[in-house]
Design a protein around this ligand. Structure first.
Ligand SMILES: Nc1ncnc2c1ncn2[C@@H]1O[C@H](COP(=O)(O)OP(=O)(O)O)[C@@H](O)[C@H]1O
Ligand SMILES: Cc1ncc(C[n+]2csc(CCOP(=O)(O)OP(=O)(O)O)c2C)c(N)n1
Ligand SMILES: [Mg+2]
Length: 336
């Protein structure tokens, strides 16, 4: 007979059930930050330094079986481990300074390590984000990768989630939907189509966040975040933090060209709620439209204006024929 737990909180005194990842973080890990800091709740925390600058820092885990398949190509995985973190610096408009790598491996495989390190360092070199430390351990099973990035930003111009203003334009960089379709082909939710997989898989395996373009946005844009879980869920964080709503137009969305032959429902779900995108969603005043488009053209960075911030809370998505689009899910959540 198993022993009864010695301490059990009476039912009535238990807090509400934790429905999702964000409730968990809010309840246990979100504390008022010291004066001058930006704490839990944005893409990066901001820590004040002397001279008015701020250190921007963020950390993201990649877990085998959860964030990548066991047979993931190690060079691409090294790239992705840093890319998803550079994406958080980009989402604040911060300039990369350096990074730390925590790595837990079940065994030593020199070929794997060689390729992983080469993918990691290649991106670190091009982004000016050198690896300056970390930790290495043996795992019981599976690979765990934890990367922490540090950057700098002028805190008055940082692209915070709470900085969206009513009547701002809503923009996204790059194209949407392809990583989710690749994932669905690989996990069998969509029937295998090798040419569709070949066209979409690079976006899942080797995300290319717009870290260069993003550093030019402070001063022009207001709020930003990176799309990791899904556009609607992630934009929801801006709306909650900025206490406003949004109207989006599906016809203006940059649907990845490989998705053309798929049915409308599948495309809408992948574009609006598909994760692993690592592109930016940002808001900016309408009078900055031309300057932002010029900046993007100069940088060769595709951007699309997909909607508008409104006063009324809520997120409304219009289809091309004026119907409301509603979806089964708004994005990825580790615990719901
Ligand atoms: N265990 C934790 N302790 C403290 N803060 C956390 C923890 N997990 C997540 N956060 C913070 O909660 C916020 C939301 O997390 P997340 O959605 O993972 O952000 P992101 O998509 O930018 O990685 C971020 O500010 C992040 O730093
Ligand atoms: C094997 C595998 N299964 C599922 C996914 C899809 N997936 C896993 S986590 C995730 C959301 C993003 O990860 P998270 O840890 O929430 O990143 P963050 O929002 O913290 O940046 C997605 C879309 C994947 N990329 N690979
Ligand atoms: Mg995270």
């Amino acid at each position: 007979m198993s022993a009864r737990p010695r301490f059990r909180r009476p039912l009535a005194a238990r807090p509400n059930p934790l429905d999702n990842e964000f409730d968990l973080i809010a309840r246990y890990f979100s504390r008022p930050a010291p004066s001058g800091y930006l704490g839990v709740g944005d893409d990066c925390a901001l820590l004040p330094l002397a001279g008015g600058r701020h250190l921007a820092t963020s950390t993201d885990l990649l877990i085998e079986g959860r964030h990548f398949f066991a047979d993931a190509q190690p060079e691409a995985l090294g790239h992705k481990a840093l890319a998803v973190n550079l994406s958080d610096l980009a989402a604040m408009g911060a300039q990369p300074l350096g990074c730390l790598l925590g790595l837990s491996l079940p065994a030593v495989d020199a070929d794997w390590l060689e390729q992983f390190a080469s993918g990691f360092h290649a991106l670190a070199d091009s982004a000016g984000c050198p690896l300056v430390g970390g930790d290495t351990t043996r795992s019981i099973s599976g690979i765990v990768i934890s990367v922490t990035v540090m950057g700098q930003v002028d805190a008055r111009q940082a692209l915070r989630r709470d900085a969206a203003m009513v009547d701002d334009d809503i923009w996204v960089t790059g194209a949407l939907g392809a990583p989710d379709i690749a994932l669905q082909l690989l996990n069998g939710t969509l029937p295998m189509d090798q040419s569709l997989l070949a066209a979409t898989r690079p976006t899942l395996d080797r995300p290319e966040p717009p870290w260069q373009f993003a550093q030019k946005l402070p001063g022009l844009a207001h709020a930003a975040l990176d799309i990791s879980d899904g556009l609607l869920q992630d934009l929801g964080h801006i709306l909650e933090a900025s206490k406003c709503g949004a109207e989006l137009h599906f016809a203006s969305m940059p649907v990845h060209p490989a998705l053309q032959a798929l049915d409308t429902g599948t495309v809408q779900q992948a574009v609006l709620a598909g994760g692993d995108v690592y592109q930016l969603c940002f808001t900016a005043a309408a009078d900055k439209r031309q300057a932002i488009q010029q900046l993007a053209d100069d940088a060769g960075q595709p951007i699309s204006r997909i909607g508008r911030i409104v006063k009324q809370a809520g997120l409304h998505v219009w289809s091309a024929d004026g119907q409301t689009i509603s979806l089964a899910s708004r994005g990825y959540d580790h615990f719901s």
